[in-house]
Design a protein around this ligand. Structure first.
Ligand code: PHB
Length: 392
């Protein structure tokens, strides 16, 4: 059986085996991501990209197979925590990867800190986990929420947007992103004229919230929505007819390549920030796009890019320690010293915070060649968080 076919079949059974069977014990990676509810597409995108990276790398370190054991977080903190415990205590995983959502990450981080199991976060941006509540065992390969939004306040103000209305899903990530944006916008001289926080898992109708925006007449509506909510919001914003009067802006996931096919032309005319744009013209990004498309039929989104880079960073660190996963501190030390040229350019984990240092892009969405695409307006190099009370 061909290697990648073996992976595909094992994956459907929930257990993902990489490489051919060997005598040595496998390296078990517990993966806690959403495979149901509002962020299911994000969980699948990250998983597919991790699978691609490990597949390309040969799926083995020091003769040990890399095995991924998947669990569904359902975008619920209590479920994510229970699944992390199950993976550590029952499946005896060597390390954990996950989750997507900030509140789920908050619940899992306390547990891994006590259990002393490394957790590699491939998405959830919860600022506290690489700030005030940092832990040697929690490392993030994706972003902090603040990294995405604090660059947008001064940028929008400079472009002449003086007033903003803020809107985001009502949970940790939404509040952190709006707080971070507000601080940077107000410091730059901007004024916030209103805020609204629709519930994350249950909101279907954004019209009551959009009516408030219409009445407040801001220069820009700054938002954070991802997954199912991003698709619904973008379509409803377009239908509501505010686009011509109010510039839509926000954290760039709103119009991720993962959501664009469902959003269609409604996604045009947005200004956002992202840590990866599919058109980035580097050999690593181009190869990733070609191979991800061949494997999944989809454009590689920033979520997929994060999954791919996460797997590559893990693989390099495992290689450095010769596959000896019992020494968790040696693995963490290796994660600190690994540097890769990833899909997102040069990547490394900051020893002071355990958060990734990366370039950020400010873009606008535009109809180009018959479909909506990204036009990069600015690149901000090596965006790094201050430790904010984190002592590692
Ligand atoms: C988060 O909850 O931290 C989160 C979720 C989805 C995103 C970004 C951040 O696209």
């Amino acid at each position: 059986m061909k290697f990648s076919r073996a992976i595909a079949l094992a994956a459907t059974a929930g257990l993902l085996t990489l490489g051919t069977a060997g005598a040595a014990e496998p390296i078990k990676i517990g993966v806690v991501l959403p495979y149901s509810s509002v962020y299911a597409t994000i969980g699948n995108d990250i998983t597919d990209a991790m699978r691609l990276a490990f597949d390309e790398l040969g799926g083995k370190v020091a003769g040990r197979e890399i095995v991924l054991i998947k669990e569904d977080s359902e975008v619920k903190p209590n479920v994510g925590l229970a699944k992390a415990k199950k993976l550590v205590h029952q499946a005896k995983v060597d390390l954990l990867v996950g989750p997507v959502a900030s509140h789920v990450a908050g619940a899992m981080a306390q547990f891994v800190n006590q259990a002393k199991i490394p957790l590699l976060i491939p998405n959830a941006g919860n600022n506290l986990l690489t700030g005030e509540q940092c832990s040697p065992f929690v490392l993030r390969t994706s972003f902090s929420n603040d990294q995405f939004v604090r660059i947008m306040g001064p940028w929008l103000k400079k472009k002449g947007y003086n007033t903003a209305f803020l809107m985001a899903s009502d949970y940790a990530a939404g509040h952190q992103m709006m707080d971070g944006f507000k601080k940077s916008f107000v410091e730059a001289g901007g004024k916030v004229v209103g805020e609204a926080f629709p519930p994350l898992r249950t909101t279907k109708d954004y019209a009551p919230y959009l009516a408030k925006v219409k009445a407040a007449k801001p220069d820009t509506l700054f938002v954070f929505f991802a997954g199912g909510p991003a698709i619904q919001f973008v379509k409803q914003y377009d239908a509501f007819g505010l686009k011509k009067d109010i510039q839509l802006s926000g954290a760039g996931w709103l119009t991720s390549p993962l959501f664009l096919p469902a959003q269609g032309d409604a996604a045009a005319g947005f200004i956002g920030s992202l840590n990866y744009i599919p058109s980035i013209d580097t050999p690593t990004s181009k190869a990733f796009q070609t191979n991800f498309k061949a494997k999944t039929g989809r454009v590689g989104s920033e979520f997929a890019a994060q999954g791919y880079d996460t797997a590559r960073l893990i693989f390099e660190a495992l290689k450095q320690i010769g596959g000896k996963t019992d020494d968790k501190m040696a693995f963490i030390e290796a994660m600190h010293s690994v540097k890769i040229t990833g899909t997102r350019g040069s990547l490394r984990i900051d020893r002071k915070t355990n958060n990734i240092i990366q370039d950020m892009y400010i873009f606008e969405t535009k109809k180009m060649g018959g479909k909506v695409g990204y036009n990069i307006l600015d690149t901000i190099k090596a965006v790094q968080d201050a430790p904010k009370g984190c002592k590692l």
